[in-house]
Structures are given as structure tokens and as C-alpha cells.
Design a binder for this molecule. Structure first.
Ligand SMILES: Nc1ncnc2c1ncn2[C@@H]1O[C@H](COP(=O)(O)OP(=O)(O)OP(=O)(O)O)[C@@H](O)[C@H]1O
Length: 599
């Protein structure tokens, strides 16, 4: 899977986007922040007293032979530790004043966006899944934010107390402790950006996989009708691979971050141990050394460890989720207020990077085998269909006619060669992009429970009544629509004949805005007169028509005929292929129920 551009940028881009709303959010809550700061100040005092109390207990008490004073200082340190519980309680009370408004705001925005998408024409099922994913991500954002505020604040105030304590004991202690501490921290900070990018990629891969599974479930009937189940499975497997690769990349950065954590968390203690002789030489007392170790082991390093863990995991997660929930609509999403069809996307502009010659359909040396060792169904096939042309594809059963339509429709990828529609490569296009390029009508027409107009306007939801009415008239559908009770009457697919279902599907294709129609024996249940009327109406429609023909009349009506004959193919007007293709002569003879003849 190729993630969208927005999903591939690094954490700096997300940080830039998230920073302004974050600043506004915090600026509106200065009161809560001030109260949180006051409670946190108590942590500074607590951190200071724990190490300082131990140092004084040793130097002024036990080593000076004054056990009572030593115990008194130890009691001071103990009280400082015990004070931690009410302090944390006060901090949590204030924390709710930050996290709950954040959760409410994000949830509101997530639901607004999903509603806007639904109003813009997305399918209800997909939107329910999107709301569920987004609200789940909002909960992640709230928990991550709470953890981050808690640990960031704790680190800043505890570190201030511990560093103040080290300074008060002896400034030389800072000289030993600060370099490994800041070095480890810097190393850790350097991993944050790639970590955020990996997190973003993992989330995008997860969503793409979820979307694909949801879409495939919804389109199960189409997949079965077109035989594109294996294609969908292959795409699913690609997405699973991408999700696995993204998770591996994320795990790789988590390992680097853990290594940085080890350096920052353990090197200061080691440096202090190694520097003991130098410090003793400078007159640092045993009590000061013990106090320094207490500051490191009891306060500074646990706070640093928690901060790094929280920043590394919750921080990058928060950044990514905030950016996704809060940022603009991802590329490709319908703009609010614009009604988009269920599977359509804007046609890429001609002249885009992969635009080629403007043939309606172009096959360049296309080969298709259904298996690695299978004989190719199509072998190095070249074909060029001009815009507005009407092409009939004929050939014996099992020769590859449906395969050809699926290749052109982009639901099947060629083993070799290239397929272009309207000058654009079809390979790698999303279903929405393909839907904007072509409509494929299979033999088994897809009609769903809904109103007649829902069925007809399915591929062009913005069609007005006049458009729908024109399609109904062109396809000779009026008697059927009247029998059903009008355009707003409900359709019960099981109560329609196969021919009636085909007429509805053909009228739907007529109404669509796609420039190419592919009919794969889509008129096989119609009588010859209805078939002629339908094909002529579809040929008159602006755009190109490619029909897999099953009657001679259908081939004769076309501008050109493509005869598939094993790995051979002959293309020309009806008369030309009659002259050049023995197979076509046989087929027309068979269709006519007698010897072949020209028209
Ligand atoms: N998904 C698939 N996996 C393996 N083989 C397939 C698959 N789909 C089609 N084939 C084989 O490819 C060949 C061409 O099939 P295709 O359906 O394209 O022929 P066709 O000309 O449309 O036939 P018909 O006129 O009977 O519909 C056939 O031998 C068919 O069995």
C-alpha cells in the first residue's frame, strides 16, 4: 500500500499543524494550569527534601555521632515521601479540567466530520465504522494527553527539586551528572520524529486495511459477480503486509528509544560512581554523595524514565491522533456539501503525469495468465479504441472476453503489459477512481432493494428527475417503471425477471457520467428488439461503448469487431473481420444457423 502524502510526512509537519489549536486550547485554561502548577510545586519541595534529608542525616547526624539528629533528618525525608499521596490527589483533580474538555472537543469534531462525510454521500456502513474508529482514537488521545501532562509536569518539577538539591549539596555533583543525563535525553528526543512518522504509518495502514475489509464485505455480491474475489484477496494480503511492515518499523524505533532510555537512565549513576574519588578529592562529603545518589535513584531517574516512556509512546500517538482528528479532510474525501456518488472520484486531469495518448481504451502488449504456470488467456494483445467508438468483442466460450473486460475495467491486473482508459493507466487506481473512468455491466445485473430511482441513480446520485426520465425513455423502461408504481416505488429484486434486472442495470449505466461503458453479455436476457434498442441508446450516449456480443446483430451494430481466437486477435469492421477471420465466419454462421455471409 502506498500511504497518502499526509500520512508519510514526519512528526514535524504534524507538530506544526497541531501546535496552534493546542496553544489556543491551553490559553483558554490558564486557571487550571496555574492550579496544576501550584500542586506540582509541592513535588519540587518533596524531591528536594528526600535527597537533602538523607545527606543531612548522614553528615550532621550519624557520621557526626548525633543519632537523634540523624533520625530527625530521616524523618523529614520520610514525611516528604508520604506527602506524595495528597499531592498526587490534588494533581489529578486539576488534570480532569484539562483532559475532559479535550475529549469533548475532539469527539465533537470527529462526529461532525463523519456526519459531513455521510451527508456528502458516503455509505452509511462505512461511516459507522469511521465514527467508531475516530471515537476510539479520541479516547486514545485523551488517555495519552492525561499521561503526558502527568509525566511532563512531574519530570519538570521533580527535576527542578533534584537539581536544586544537587546544587545545594555541591555544584561539582552537577558537573558529573548533567552531561550523561542531557546526552541521553537528546538522543531520545532525536528518535521522536521518526517514531511519530512510524506511528502515523502504522495507523494509516491499519485504517486502510479496515476500509478494504469493510468495502469488500459491502461489495461481496459485485466481487462474486465479476469473479474479482481473488483480486480483492490479493489487495487484502498487500494491505496486511503493509500493516505488518508498519508495525515492524514502529517496533524498530521503539527498540532504539528503549536503548536511549537505558543510556539516559543508567549513565548518570555510573558516572557518579566513577567520579567518587574525584568528588571526594574536592571535599564532597559522604552524606552529599549519598544524597546525590538518593536524588538520582529516588527522584530524577524514575521521573525521566516515566517521561521518556510517555513521550515516546503516548506523545507520538497523541500527536498523530490529534493531527488526524483535528486536521483537514484527508485527500480524496468528498468536500462537505458536495454530493458524491458511492464509488466515484474526480477524473484525474488529462496531462497528469501518467496521461498517455487520449484513446478511450488502449492495451499495450497485454498478457494475462490466471496462474504462474497457466497458459495465457490473452497474449501480447494490442488494442486501441477511439473515444466515442462502439466496439463489439466476440469469440467462442471461454476464450477470454470477460477477462478482457475485467482488464479494461481495472478489476484484474495484467500479468504483463499496460491497460489505459482515457489515457490513464488503470493499474493501481482506487475503486473510486476506476468508477469515474468506466462502468462495467456484467451478465448478472445488480439490482438492490430500494426505490427505482435509487437503483437508477446509484452511479450518479446528483442526477435530476429529467436525467433519470431520459434514461428510462432511452432504454424503453417506461412500462416497467409504471408497472412498479413510478420512480419512487420500491424495487424487490427477487420479483423482477432477469431481463428486467438487466434493463435497470443498463439504464443505470446510461445515466452514469463515466466516459466508458463495458457490457459483458449484459443484454443476454433481453429479446433481440430490446437488446437493439438498449445498445443503440448506449451507443448514442456520449462516450465509448465496448460490448461482449452474443448475437450477430450486436456485432453488426458496432463500429468495429474484435475477434478473440486463442492467442490470436483480429480487429476491424464487420466486413473486414468476415474477410480476415475464419473463426468469425464460423461464429456468424453459427449465429445465423447457416453458412456465413456478409451483411
Ligand atoms: N478467476 C479465474 N481463475 C482461473 N481461470 C479463470 C478465471 N476466470 C476465467 N478463467 C479461465 O480463463 C478463460 C477465459 O475465461 P473468460 O471468462 O474470460 O472467457 P469468456 O470468453 O468470457 O467465456 P464466456 O463466453 O463463456 O463467458 C477460461 O478458460 C476460464 O476458465
Amino acid at each position: 500500500m502506498k500511504p497518502a502524502g499526509r500520512d508519510t510526512d514526519d512528526g514535524a509537519g504534524a507538530l506544526r499543524r497541531v501546535a496552534p489549536p493546542a496553544r489556543r486550547f491551553l490559553a483558554r485554561r490558564t486557571g487550571v494550569l496555574a492550579r496544576l502548577g501550584l500542586w506540582s510545586l509541592a513535588e519540587t519541595g518533596q524531591a528536594f527534601l528526600v535527597g537533602y534529608g538523607v545527606a543531612q542525616a548522614v553528615d550532621r547526624g550519624f557520621l557526626a555521632g548525633d543519632t537523634r539528629r540523624g533520625l530527625l533528618w530521616l524523618a523529614v525525608a520520610l514525611v516528604a515521601v508520604l506527602c506524595g499521596a495528597p499531592v498526587i490527589r490534588g494533581v489529578f483533580t486539576q488534570l480532569a479540567g484539562l483532559t475532559e474538555p479535550l475529549r469533548d472537543g475532539l469527539a465533537r469534531r470527529a462526529v461532525d466530520r463523519s456526519l459531513a462525510r455521510a451527508a456528502a454521500g458516503g455509505s452509511a456502513g462505512a461511516d459507522r465504522a469511521a465514527v467508531s474508529r475516530l471515537t476510539n482514537q479520541v479516547e486514545i488521545a485523551r488517555d495519552s494527553f492525561a499521561g503526558l501532562v502527568l509525566t511532563l509536569r512531574s519530570f519538570v518539577f521533580t527535576a527542578a527539586g533534584a537539581l536544586l538539591g544537587l546544587l545545594s549539596l555541591d555544584p561539582a555533583l552537577l558537573v558529573v551528572v548533567l552531561p550523561p543525563l542531557t546526552g541521553g535525553l537528546a538522543l531520545f528526543l532525536a528518535t521522536l520524529r521518526p517514531m511519530a512518522a512510524a506511528q502515523r504509518r502504522a495507523l494509516a495502514a491499519d485504517e486502510a486495511l479496515g476500509d478494504h475489509a469493510g468495502r469488500s464485505r459491502a461489495a461481496l455480491r459485485d466481487l462474486t459477480a465479476f469473479g474479482t474475489g481473488p483480486e480483492a484477496a490479493r489487495r487484502g494480503a498487500e494491505l496486511v503486509d503493509e500493516a505488518a511492515a508498519a508495525a515492524r518499523a514502529l517496533a524498530g524505533w521503539a527498540a532504539v528509544r528503549t536503548a536511549a532510555l537505558g543510556v539516559a537512565g543508567h549513565l548518570p549513576v555510573l558516572a557518579l560512581l566513577l567520579a567518587v574519588p574525584w568528588l571526594r578529592g574536592r571535599g564532597v562529603t559522604a552524606g552529599a554523595l549519598l544524597g546525590a545518589f538518593t536524588f538520582l535513584v529516588q527522584s530524577l531517574l524514575p521521573a525521566l524514565h516515566t517521561l521518556m516512556t510517555a513521550l515516546g509512546a503516548a506523545g507520538s500517538r497523541l500527536l498523530v491522533v490529534l493531527d488526524r482528528v483535528n486536521g483537514p479532510e484527508p485527500a480524496g474525501a468528498p468536500a462537505p456539501g458536495r454530493r458524491a456518488g458511492p464509488k466515484t472520484a474526480p477524473l484525474p486531469a488529462p496531462g497528469a503525469s501518467d496521461a498517455g495518448p487520449a484513446a478511450a481504451v488502449e492495451l499495450r502488449s497485454v498478457t494475462l495468465s490466471y496462474g504462474a504456470r497457466a497458459e495465457p488467456v490473452l497474449d501480447s494483445l494490442d488494442l486501441c479504441v477511439a473515444p466515442g467508438e462502439h466496439l463489439a468483442v466476440v469469440g467462442p466460450s471461454g476464450i477470454g472476453k470477460s477477462t478482457l473486460t475485467r482488464l479494461v475495467a481495472g478489476t484484474l491486473a495484467p500479468s504483463a503489459g499496460e491497460v489505459r482508459v482515457a489515457g490513464l493507466r488503470v493499474a493501481g487506481r482506487t475503486p473510486a477512481e476506476l468508477a469515474a473512468l468506466r462502468v462495467l455491466v456484467p451478465q448478472e445485473a445488480y439490482v438492490f432493494s430500494g426505490s427505482v430511482v435509487d437503483n437508477l441513480a446509484y452511479l450518479r446520485p446528483d442526477a435530476d428527475r429529467a436525467d433519470v426520465d431520459a434514461a428510462v425513455g432511452a432504454l424503453g423502461l417506461r412500462p416497467l417503471v409504471e408497472r412498479l408504481g413510478g420512480l419512487d416505488a420500491p424495487v424487490r429484486p427477487a420479483e423482477l425477471s432477469p431481463g428486467e434486472r438487466q434493463l435497470l442495470a443498463l439504464a443505470r449505466a446510461h445515466l452514469s457520467a463515466a466516459p466508458l461503458l463495458l457490457l459483458d453479455e449484459a443484454t443476454c436476457h433481453l429479446d433481440p428488439a430490446s437488446e437493439a434498442r438498449a445498445e443503440e441508446a448506449l451507443a448514442r450516449r456520449p462516450g465509448t461503448l465496448l460490448v461482449v456480443a452474443h448475437r450477430l446483430s450486436s456485432a453488426v451494430r458496432a463500429d468495429r469487431v474484435l475477434v478473440l481466437d486463442g492467442t490470436e486477435a483480429v480487429c476491424g469492421t464487420h466486413q473486414e473481420v468476415l474477410d480476415r477471420s475464419p473463426l468469425y465466419r464460423d461464429l456468424t454462421g453459427h449465429w445465423n444457423g447457416g453458412p456465413a455471409r456478409g451483411t
